[in-house]
Design a binder for this molecule. Structure first.
Ligand SMILES: NC(=O)c1ccc[n+]([C@@H]2O[C@H](COP(=O)([O-])OP(=O)(O)OC[C@H]3O[C@@H](n4cnc5c(N)ncnc54)[C@H](OP(=O)(O)O)[C@@H]3O)[C@@H](O)[C@H]2O)c1
Length: 288
């Protein structure tokens, strides 16, 4: 049973769980844990859950949406992909027809496709929140950058572009605030970390934390994509990588924003503190 404060500030009890799309994801798992810690029940779904939820199989959506009033939505692989806007529109319509009242959408900064998808939700007539995030700290410890860190040399097609990387714990806290504090409804939170860093800065910080040499190597985008093709990435995945490294990381996002402060009334977490915690948890020890 969930206690949620309504728009007049009255505590109401709801029987329905909050749906989380992206059960095992970097933010979905954290939102799920934080809600459960507050005693709020959830239904966390992905392709490997019961019920199954698959963005590529719209027939799986209705079962997950049944009886749901609120949901946290992470799109896979990325709202930048060309099919995302129409897929999200179909999903929002399905949610509305099932009686969903409030959706919180995770979005990415500087992506044209993401802005079009955000607008689908903002103009849907549902209660909405968009949490538009910069690059995650956890890409270095829970996603595709981990291998380079473990092997001692991170290779990417990015030079000295500054990015305000953010902690997924902060993103999850902002999402949970949006889901549980009705006064935050119908707002977009642009969330970043507190400082601008290059990828080389991040690697140097991790290297210092783990106490061994880890280098950063910039390579041309063409040869990076050719290598990814060689190891079997699909055309869609290659399209996304090209989009991320040629557009999203061209310097357009090289400014911090105050979404964490706005939603939570405190500053976002620092990369150095994340690196310490990730190292302590053994994130980078596997292939050392
Ligand atoms: N990484 C960043 O720096 C960054 C920055 C800003 C925004 N974003 C946005 O973050 C979103 C991803 O969220 P996240 O990082 O929290 O998740 P994530 O860590 O990428 O995890 C995604 C989860 O989605 C599930 N999944 C994969 N394919 C699926 C499909 N076809 N249908 C349903 N679920 C599927 C997987 O679980 P199963 O295998 O069990 O299905 C996986 O555990 C993307 O939209 C991206 O644009 C990312």
């Amino acid at each position: 049973m969930n206690n949620v404060t309504n728009i007049e500030g009255v505590i109401m009890t709801t029987e329905t769980p909050i749906l989380i799309i992206g059960k095992n994801g970097k933010t979905g798992a954290r939102v799920n844990a934080q809600l459960n810690e507050k005693g709020i029940s959830t239904l966390a779904v992905s392709r490997s859950s019961t019920p199954i939820f698959d963005w590529n199989k719209p027939k799986t959506w209705a079962c997950a949406l049944k009886g749901i009033k609120q949901a946290y939505v992470t799109y896979y692989p990325d709202l930048a992909v060309p099919s995302a806007e129409s897929n999200l529109r179909n999903f929002v319509n399905a949610a509305k027809s099932q009686g969903v009242e409030h959706l919180v959408l995770l979005s990415g900064r500087g992506e044209g496709g993401a802005i079009r998808a955000e607008n689908v939700l903002i103009n849907s007539g549902l209660r909405w929140n968009v949490v538009r995030a910069s690059w995650f700290f956890q890409n270095f410890s829970e996603a595709f950058l981990i291998e380079g860190i473990q092997q001692g040399n991170l290779v990417l097609p990015v030079g000295d572009v500054l990015e305000p990387f953010i902690d997924c714990d902060d993103i999850a806290e902002v999402v949970v605030a949006a889901l549980t504090r009705p006064e935050l409804a119908n707002q977009l939170f642009e969330v970043t970390g507190p400082q601008l860093m290059t990828f080389a800065d991040c690697v140097a910080q991790i290297s210092e934390e783990v106490g061994r040499v880890i280098t950063y190597t910039e390579v041309p985008l063409g040869s990076y994509l050719a290598q990814l093709k060689e190891i079997g990435l699909s055309d869609d995945e290659l399209w996304l990588m090209n989009e991320l490294f040629s557009k999203v990381l061209d310097g357009r996002n090289s400014q911090v924003s105050d979404g964490v402060q706005q939603a939570l009334g405190r500053a976002p977490r620092r990369f150095a503190d994340y690196a310490k915690a990730a190292h302590t948890s053994g994130a980078w020890t596997a292939a050392a």
